[in-house]
Structure formats: C-alpha cells, structure tokens
Design a protein around this ligand. Sequence first.
Ligand SMILES: C[S@@+](CC[C@H](N)C(=O)[O-])C[C@H]1O[C@@H](n2cnc3c(N)ncnc32)[C@H](O)[C@@H]1O
Length: 282
Amino acid sequence: MVAEQSEAPRSRELTLIEADAFFYTVFEHLGYDFRHYTDASRNRRLMAFVNKHRFASISEAQGHVLRDPNLLADFLSTMTVNVTEMFRDPMVFSKIRSELLPRLATYPRIRIWVAGCATGEEAYSIAILLDEAGLLNRATIFATDIDNDSLRTATSAIYPADGMIQATRNYQASGGERPFSDWYIARYDRCILSPELRSRIEFFSHNLATDSTFGEFNLILCRNVFIYFEETLQRRVELMFRESLAPFGNLVIGPRERLTTDGRSWFTAVDRRLGIHVKGRS
Ligand SMILES: C[S@@+](CC[C@H](N)C(=O)[O-])C[C@H]1O[C@@H](n2cnc3c(N)ncnc32)[C@H](O)[C@@H]1O
C-alpha cells in the first residue's frame, strides 16, 4: 500500500523531468522554444500528442519528433491553440475604430503587426476596419504565427461559410454598419474573402519566443497568446514590442491578459479592460 502511494507521485515527477528534457531537446536541436510556456497547458498538450501517436513514453516521442518532419509539424500543431474568430471581442474593434484609427489616419503609411494571428481572422478584421475608414490602400498588415498549418488557412483567405454568421454578428456588435457580405463571396459551404483585403496582409512564420522584430509598427495586436507564456517569456515579447512600436504606437493584448510589471512601465493603459495600451515617446 505504501509502495503504491509513493509510486504515483514518483511517476508524475518522472513525467515532468521527461517533459522538461523533451522541450529542452526540441529547442536545442530544432529551435522551437516551449521551455517558458506555462507548465499546465504545455505538458497537457505534450501528453495528448504522446497518447495520440501511441508512444510508450515522452522519451520515445522525442526521438521520433527529432527525426520525422511530418511528426514535428503535428507536434507543433498540437502545442498551439489556434482558436480565433473574426471581430473576436467586438468592443475591442469598436474602440480601435473610434479611437485608434483617427490617429493612424494621420500617417502616410500604416504598418500593423498581428502577432499570433492563428488562422488569420484577426488580421482580416483589422483590414476590414481599415477598408471602412478608407485607409486600406496605405496600410500593410504583417500577420505572424508559429503554426504553419494555421498560416496556410490564413493565406488561402477561404473560410467555412457557417463561421460567417458569428463573424457578421461580431462585426455588427463592434459598430460595423455595412453588409458584411461586402467582403466575401460565398461558394457552396466556403467563403472567399475579398482579394483587396488579402493583398494588404503578409502572412509569415515568426516565433515570438526566439525570433527578433522585423520593423517598426504603428499598432501591434498580440491577443490571447500571453496566456500560454510564463512571465519571463512574456517580458521578452513585451520588450520586443516596445522596440518595434513607433512613438505613441498602440499595443493590444487580450482582455483577459495583463502586462508584466516591466510591461506596465513601458506601456500606459488606454483601456485596461479591453487590453489596449500606448507606448510613450522613448
Ligand atoms: C489562441 S490563438 C490567438 C489567435 C488570435 N490572436 C485571437 O486572439 O483570436 C494563439 C496563437 O498563438 C500562436 N503562438 C503560440 N506560441 C507562439 C509563438 N511562440 N510565436 C508565435 N505565435 C505563437 C499559436 O500558434 C496560436 O495560433
């Protein structure tokens, strides 16, 4: 009985050690850094991957992931949560429309970074706001993610038609007044977004944990990504955003996320409840 009781914690401990070793090796050999993601979600996802492929242990999975690119792609997809929708949290888009766009309109060129864009809906939502305001033709949206499967969907600009019902509701809740169908054509059970929106967005792979910035932006959205990061990793990313934003540029994080202590000294909350911040002059 005593032996049984001590067995479970010991195997849990072993699993944690194996998981740490796995993530360390994946980083060292493949450059994908999940070492500073929060333990609970990271390890749960790793175990789901191990069970899905019926590996006997994390260590066995490790060898296969290192050797097999298809398995690596599946591992990366399992590790990332790509839940998203158009005009998600409509009040955020309402505020961007009413308070951020008028300032963006004063610039000859507008550069926006949507970091952790998943399957692209957030980037297209921003493009729609810019189009409504007559700003789309001077804007470039850089939309990045670590997950190539998601980026493929984003790049295609084709989405299931049933998602457009919620998208339309969200758009209207954000204060949008045009027919939402202005921005897509329906083909059977799919909707193809307008080529004008698509042409203003550059989708590419970028890892917030390891890559550096790639320019200066007037607005950065990074929503529902920090929830998966430990504080050290979030701070790294906040610092990168601080360096990437033009003076008085805006940073938008998820409504359920909070900046780190350092982040709060680099950015001032415009609307904390909605996750909207502004960078100072430095
Ligand atoms: C829940 S989705 C958020 C999508 C969108 N921003 C939204 O709020 O609807 C989180 C996204 O972050 C991406 N992600 C996770 N870790 C990342 C990293 N290190 N670098 C870039 N993207 C990452 C995931 O692949 C996923 O697509």
